[in-house]
Design a protein around this ligand. Structure first.
Ligand SMILES: C[S@@+](CC[C@H](N)C(=O)[O-])C[C@H]1O[C@@H](n2cnc3c(N)ncnc32)[C@H](O)[C@@H]1O
Length: 230
């Protein structure tokens, strides 16, 4: 799943991973069970491999600052344009930074999106990050890339940074990824050296996923973890 694969998905509008609704676990753990609204402006949430996720808009509307990273220029422009957000653009070395929220979008906390390769991020890019929301990022990658991704995550993060990680698991012999099946064992293998891991909840969701039933799955379990960098 190299970058060209994803750029082609965006060019051909093959973006079945994109959800029109805000992720329910985001609403639960950053909303209802999350910090009080007035405490959130101190928090900044990194959304890796962000696509044009509505989750970034929800975070910003709910007082969290947002930093996304995404390789596709089209995805980023679609995000700002489809949500009617004015944005500024700055070229930075090989990359570009798109910024919204501090202009006339007065009800929004700032949203910055870095256009480039996640693996090119540097530690200082995550300097003021307090939280990470990983939905469809880790599971978008095959095993060898998941190992690189988890190592890079450990390298980029300061102790104390919290991640809400949403995974899917299913019988990998029934379907090719992405999304890839990421078992609990795999999560521990990837993260337990550098992170504390707490399993928050899990749910069988196959009956709500006719698309995945059509691709041959009989079971699809969504699991949510809280990781904290040690
Ligand atoms: C499965 S999609 C998930 C998007 C988003 N998290 C969501 O929930 O809708 C994975 C996204 O990661 C982007 N991507 C894949 N590899 C990347 C990389 N190395 N650096 C930056 N973005 C990447 C793709 O363009 C795609 O938008």
């Amino acid at each position: 799943m190299e970058i060209d694969f994803w750029l082609e998905r965006w060019d051909k509008n093959e973006t079945g991973f994109h959800q029109q609704a805000v992720n329910p676990y985001l609403r639960l753990f950053y909303g209802q069970k999350g910090p009080a609204v007035e405490q959130r402006e101190k928090l900044k949430v990194f959304v890796p491999l962000c696509g044009k996720s509505k989750d970034m808009l929800w975070l910003s509307q709910n007082n969290y600052r947002v930093f996304g990273v995404e390789c596709s220029e089209k995805a980023i422009k679609d995000f700002f344009e489809e949500n009617a957000l004015n944005y500024k653009f700055a070229k930075k070395d090989q990359h570009a930074l798109y910024m919204a929220g501090d202009m006339d979008n007065t009800r929004l906390a700032p949203i910055d999106v870095f256009q480039g390769d996640f693996f090119a991020l540097q530690k200082h890019d995550l300097d003021d990050i307090t939280d990470i929301f990983d939905r469809a990022a880790l599971i978008a990658l095959p095993q060898d890339m998941r190992e690189r991704y988890a190592k890079k995550m450990a390298e980029l993060q300061k102790p104390g940074i919290r991640t809400l990680l949403v995974t899917l698991s299913y019988d990998q012999s029934d379907m090719n990824g992405p999304p890839f099946s990421v078992s609990e064992e795999n999560v521990y293998d990837l993260y337990s050296n550098d992170f504390s891991i707490e399993k928050l909840c899990f749910k069988e969701i196959i009956d709500d996923q006719p698309g995945f039933k059509g691709r041959g799955l009989n079971s699809l379990v969504e699991t949510v973890y809280k990781l904290v960098r040690q």
